[in-house]
Every structure is written in C-alpha cells, then in structure tokens.
Design a protein around this ligand. Structure first.
Ligand SMILES: [Zn+2]
Length: 228
C-alpha cells in the first residue's frame, strides 16, 4: 500500500516545490524592482527588440499581448510577443526581457539546434505530459504493468523537453545580454539589473526541470517497489 511515509521522494518534492515557488517570487520581485528603473537610452523595449532583430537580419512582427510577464517568441507564427508592461516600457527590466525574446527569434533564424529539437519535439512532449501520469495511475490501479511502463515512457518525453529547454533559455539570455552590451543599449550598471531579471527567470526553468526529473525518478521508484 502506498503512503507518504514510505515514499523517500515526498520530502524532496516538497523542497523542490518550495524552490520553484521561491523562484517565481524572485522573478516577480526582481522584475518589479527593475521595471521602475528607466534606461538612460530612452528607447521603448519594443524598439530595442526591433533594432536587435534587424541587426541580425531577422524581420518578424512584434506584437503586444495582454498579461503580466507573458512575453514569448512564437516559433510557429514567427512573431515576437511582448506583454503590455514590457512593449512600450523604457525600463531596464523591459530591455532585458525584450532582448531575451529577440534572442529566441535569432536562435530560430540561425537554426540553433536545441531550439530546433525543442520545436520539433513539442507535440510529443505535450502528449506525454498529459497522458503519461494518467496511464501510470490507471496502470497502478488496474495492475497492468505495460500501462505503467507506457506511462513512464510518455512522461520521459516531458522530462526530455524540460531538460532541452534549459540550454535554449540560457542561450537566449546570453544573446540578450551580449546584444544589449555591444550596441550600448544599457550601461554596465544597467546591464547588471537586466541580467538579474533574466537570471531570476532562468531559475524558474531550473526548478521546473528539477521537479520533472524528480517526479520521473519517483515514478520509476514506485514502479520497481510494487514489483517486490
Ligand atoms: Zn525564453
């Protein structure tokens, strides 16, 4: 019989959950802090993204989307989407985020392999993360070992996706900082603020990956322990 007491992963999962909440709080607070600091350059973040893209010969639409920190590059539609708080903003935080999303568009234009793999793999991973846990649970209750294994394989796809996301995110931030520095959009001091925002965002991806790996190892553990 399964109960939390004999699950050595329970405590680890609570700790990782705490880490992920902490990372989310850190993003919000770091963003709020540097969203109040105006960049001396005085351009809107949308214009910064446009100039960075054109520097790399990338010509795609830049749109404004609703929500807080909903900024993303859409690889299917090839559009750069900046949240309303970032789009017209002249803050250091907005520069960092806009340049990071431009970094993803440049990755795509240059066929950066982790991004290409991630785009190709996305449908498999989405199916895996939705179906995997259900197959596993049904397998456990119905006592069908094949379903349990299938659930684990499906879930593995989601874990792989989460791991591949890390180099893609780190690389986009690296490109962002380098573009903001080389074309002097931000001074050295300002750059530190933008980097803090991007580092905090990267931490949320690390926490999410840690959680996915942990859950995967836990599923393997539960699978093996019910055989004994
Ligand atoms: Zn990103």
């Amino acid at each position: 019989m399964y109960y939390f007491g004999n699950d050595p992963f329970f405590l680890l999962i609570i700790v990782t959950l705490g880490l992920s909440l902490l990372a989310q709080w850190k993003v919000q607070s770091t963003y709020a802090r540097y969203a109040k600091v105006a960049a001396a350059r005085g351009l809107a973040a949308e214009e910064v993204a446009r100039q960075i893209l054109s520097h790399y010969g990338v010509s795609i639409p830049i749109q404004q989307v609703a929500g807080n920190l909903t900024d993303h590059y859409d690889p299917r539609r090839k559009t750069l989407n900046l949240s309303s708080g970032v789009y017209g903003s002249r803050s250091i935080a907005a520069y960092g985020i806009a340049a990071h999303e431009a970094g993803h568009a440049i990755q795509h234009a240059k066929a950066y392999s982790p991004l290409m793999f991630r785009n190709w793999f996305y449908p498999v991973a989405a199916l895996g993360s939705n179906l995997g846990p259900w197959l596993f649970i049904i397998g456990i209750f119905a006592g069908v070992a094949q379903l349990i294994d299938l659930g684990i394989i499906f879930f593995a796809a989601a874990v792989i996706f989460s791991i591949v996301t890390l180099p893609v995110e780190f690389d986009a931030s690296r490109r962002a900082i380098s573009a903001l520095r080389s074309d002097a959009y931000l001074s050295t001091t300002e750059l530190r603020g933008a980097k803090n925002v991007l580092d905090a965002a990267a931490l949320t991806y690390v926490a999410a990956t840690l959680m996915a790996v942990l859950q995967f190892v836990r599923l393997l553990f539960l699978r093996n322990s019910r055989r004994n």
